[in-house]
Design a protein around this ligand. Sequence first.
Ligand code: ARG
Length: 578
Amino acid sequence: MNIRQLLSDKFQAAMISAGIPEDCGPVVAPAKKAGFGDYQANGAMAAAKRMGTNPRELAGKILEHLDKGEMIEKVEIAGPGFLNIHLSQAWLAEQLAAAEKDPRLNIAPAAEPQTVVIDYSHPNLAKEMHVGHLRSTIIGDALARLLEFQGHKVIRQNHMGDWGTQFGMLLAHLSDKLENSDAEVALADLEAFYREAKVRFDDEEGFADRAREYVVKLQGGDPECLKLWQQFIDISISHSEEIYEKLNVTLKRSDVYGESQYNDDLPVLVKELLDRGIAVEDQGAIVVFLEEMADKEGNPSPMIIQKKGGGYLYATTDLAAIRYRANKLQADRILYVVDARQSLHLQQAFTASRKAAFLPENVTLEHCAFGTMMGDDGKPFKTRTGGTVKLAALLDEAVERASNLVAEKNPDLDPATRAEIARKVGIGAVKYADLSKTRTNDYVFSWEAMLSFEGNTAPYLQYAYTRVRSIFRRAGVEPSELKGEIHLETAEERTLAIKLCQFGEVLDQVAKDTFPHVLCTYLYDLASAYMAFYEACPVLKEGVSEAQKQSRLQLCNLVARTIATGLDLLGIEVMEQM
Ligand code: ARG
C-alpha cells in the first residue's frame, strides 16, 4: 500500500472534476511539520496560477469534489491554498491489521513487473577487488533485492574485467608456475601472484615479450592459452565469491557475464557501425562522433571503438553489452551501479547505443553513480601503509571489532552465539554505513561511526529489533498468538502507525530513484518513532488492559517485522539478542 499514491489519485480526480487541467499535479507529500495534518496536497497554488484564479478558492473547489472515502478523516485549507490531510484512525488501524496478517506486510507487488538488468560488483580479475568494488557490490545488491521484492524480474550481471592486455603477463607467469604446482596452489594468494608477475614484467629479461605473445595468442583464441586463462579466471572468481559470501551478497557464479563474453561480437559491432555510417575512420582509429554530447564550441564528443592497430576498448564492450541486455535479456530497464568517475564513459555508451538504435526507445539506461570512499583523513581510503585495502581483511576487521563491542555489551554470551552476532553486526555496519549515505556523494569510512549503537547505524536498528523481540520473550507470547483490534489512542501510537504504513511508498520511491539511503532514513525514523512510543505507552506494565496490551504488542511486532524486512532488502541480517 502506498498512501502517497492513493492520496494523489484521489486529489487528482477531484482536481479534474473541479475543471483543473489534467497536467496540473496534486503535489501530495507527507506533512513536514506537526500540526499540518499527516499529508499535504499543495497542487492548488500552481493550478490557480495557471488558471489565473484565487488559489484558496480553487482549493475549496477541489475539496467539494474530493471523495474522502474511508481513508481521509478531514482536510483543512491553510495559508494561500495548502490542503492539510488528516488520515482516518480507523483506516490506519485497518491497514495495520492487513499488514499483520500478510507476510509481505501489505505491500502489493508491482502492477507492471519489469525485467531489470543490474550491472554491479564487476571487479577486474587481473587485480585484487578493492573498496570501489565494495561500494558497487553493496549498493547493487540492495537494489537487486528490493526490486525483486517489488516483483520485478531482476537479472544480475557481474560485468567482470576478465579480458584484455593485462592478462598476458599473468598467463606467462602462471604457465611457469604450473611446471611445479597446480593452479589452485599457484593462485592461492592472488595478491602475491600479481606482485610477482609485475616484478618479472618490469625486471626480467625477455618476460615482457613473452607476456605480449600471450596477449596475441589469447586474442587469437589459442586453445592452450585459453585453457590457462580459464583456470586463472575460475580461481579468481572463487576468490570473489568468498567476499560475496562474507558480505551476504546474492551474486552467484551464474551472474558472472564478463567482458570476455562480448569478445566475438566486437568486430561484428564495429563493422556494422562503420557500414551504417555511425562510426567513421579518423587517423587510423574507428570513432563514433556524438553531436548529442557536443561541447560549448560545438565539437562532438569522440568515442573511440577501435584503436589504430586494431585493439578494442572498454567502450566497445559496453556497446555490445547494451545490445545484448536489451535484445537477448529483454531488459526494460538497465541499471549501472558504477563509480561516478565513469560517468562520461557511460553517457557516451548510452548516447551511442541510442544513436545506433541498439535498444527500443522505452528501455531505460540508468547510471546509479556513487562517490569515492574516503579515509578519516579525507583522502581516498588506503591502509596505514598507503597500499590499497584488501577487502577480505577489511571485512574480518569489521567482524572482530563488532565482536569486542558485543562482548562488552553482553559478556555472558556463549562464544558461538557471540561470533554469529558479531558477524551480522560487523558486516551489517559496513554495508549500512555505505547504504545510508546519499550514494552520489563521497563518503568517509569510519569504524567508530558505523559501529555506534546510537544514530543512523546498523547496530542501532539491529538493537531496536532485539528490544522488540525481548518484549515478546518477557510477555511469554508469540506474535502469532496476538488477537484483538489495533487501537491508536495516543499521539505516539498514531505517529508510529503512520510511519509503519509508509513502508510501501518508501520502497516504491527507492525502486524508482535507486537511492537506498531513503530506505535507511525511513528505518531510522521508524525506530525512533518506536522508541518514543515505547517511552510513552506502557506495553506490559501493570494497569495496562488486556485489549491495550494486545494492540500495542501488535504495533511492536509490526515494527520488528518492518525493520527486519527493510534490513533484509539492504542485505543486512537481524538477531534475537545482542
Ligand atoms: N570493471 C570496471 C571497473 O572496475 C567496472 C565495470 C562497470 N560496468 C560496465 N558495464 N562498464 O572499472
